[in-house]
Design a protein around this ligand. Structure first.
Ligand SMILES: Nc1nc2c(ncn2[C@@H]2O[C@H](COP(=O)(O)OP(=O)(O)OP(=O)(O)O)[C@@H](O)[C@H]2O)c(=O)[nH]1
Ligand SMILES: [Mg+2]
Length: 334
């Protein structure tokens, strides 16, 4: 069978239909998709992975759309970049925002061979979605896209996952949380490389920007001390304002993205983030693999018997776990 080889080669050649087919295989965790990813992996590591997260309805899809347009049509003499967009919705594929965002994209970006758009909806556990997203991003990287934008709604674990996935994380918020600034979890500021206050045409944008800058300074006082007192290169997350619906502030945002990429390369942080990402992927996969092997090896009878002993308080769950995962050695004779 040469089908698998054909798929890999077609993806490497930049063909879109085979790429779409591969992404479906990867999403479904099909063995054929996994085998293709194994072969494609050697071609990954080149794309700039950008995570876009933030509150529901803050304008993530609209901004991703604008960023992609700007990257396709640079006005500053930079070469046009090829862009893949992955919209991850851990809750439902049918929120108003997501559908609208996709419609805007269809209008502005359809037909451009340098753009590839993929929507992913949750199927089963969040862990499964995050694993599928990792595979999808690897496939797009191997397919040669310069930039892969991954949009996910800022809901708990997914934003941490996305920060783990990305070289650059954009956090998008809308004004109006000025009075309620504590509502923004410190966690989201920690993962932000670039903070964007979108909907800057709405009231309250200045106070939101001020509050966020203050929070960032509280969170990263060393940034400012070191920036003033040493020559060490440090990244202070900029707080930018945009109006996605009027394409305002997009140039500055794209510029910040380029500056962040340059910062990552100059300081070695690019490689470091790559390593952390791959390490966490490896650990996740080892866990899954070991659990699967253990489940295959342990007899249901033994499992039931052990559970009964725990219920009878004869052994603790911890003791049972040790026994079930470390088979007891044969007793020594004499
Ligand atoms: N006034 C104004 N409206 C905006 C702006 N950006 C986006 N919108 C509108 O806000 C709504 C939500 O935009 P989306 O881009 O779908 O937001 P989102 O963050 O992707 O939404 P979810 O994916 O559902 O979380 C849409 O009606 C947009 O047209 C902006 O800068 N100003
Ligand atoms: Mg959206």
């Amino acid at each position: 069978m040469t089908g698998k080889q054909d798929l890999v080669e077609s993806v490497l050649a930049g063909k879109r239909l085979p790429l779409a087919r591969l992404l479906t295989l990867v999403e479904n965790d099909a063995p054929e998709g996994r085998a293709a990813l194994d072969q494609l992996f050697t071609h990954t590591g080149r794309a700039h992975l950008i995570g876009v997260t933030g509150s529901p309805g803050s304008g993530k899809s609209s901004l991703v759309n604008q960023i992609a347009l700007a990257l396709r049509n640079p006005t500053d003499g930079k070469p046009a970049r090829s862009v893949a967009i992955v919209a991850v919705d851990p809750t439902s594929p049918f929120t108003g925002g997501a559908v609208l965002g996709d419609r805007v994209r269809m209008r502005d970006l359809a037909g451009d061979p340098g753009i590839f758009i993929r929507s992913m909806a949750s199927r089963g556990a969040l862990g499964g979605l995050s694993r599928a997203t990792t595979g999808v991003v690897q496939a797009l990287d191997a397919a040669g896209f310069d930039i892969v934008l991954v949009e996910t709604v800022g809901a708990g674990q997914s934003e941490v996952d996305i920060a783990r996935l990305a070289h650059t994380t954009l956090v998008i918020e809308a004004p109006g949380m000025g009075d309620d600034i504590q509502a923004i979890k410190a966690g989201i500021l920690e993962i932000a490389d670039i903070l964007v206050i979108n909907k800057a045409d709405h009231p309250g944008v200045d106070s939101t920007v001020r509050a966020l800058r203050a929070m960032l300074e509280l969170g990263h006082p060393t940034h400012h001390r070191a920036a003033a007192g040493s020559t060490a290169v440090l990244w202070i997350p900029p707080v930018l304002q945009t109006i996605a619906t009027k394409s305002e502030g997009i140039g500055e945002l794209v510029d910040a993205i380029y500056r962040h990429a340059a910062y990552l390369h100059e300081t070695g942080a690019w490689q470091l983030r790559d390593r952390i990402r791959l390490q966490s992927e490896l650990e996740q996969l080892v866990q899954l693999e070991l659990t699967a092997r253990w489940q295959d090896s342990v007899s249901p009878e033994l499992l039931q018997a052990t559970l009964s002993m725990i219920e009878a308080r004869q052994i603790s769950p911890y003791q049972a776990a040790i026994q079930l995962t470390h088979p007891l050695p044969e007793p020594h004779s004499g």
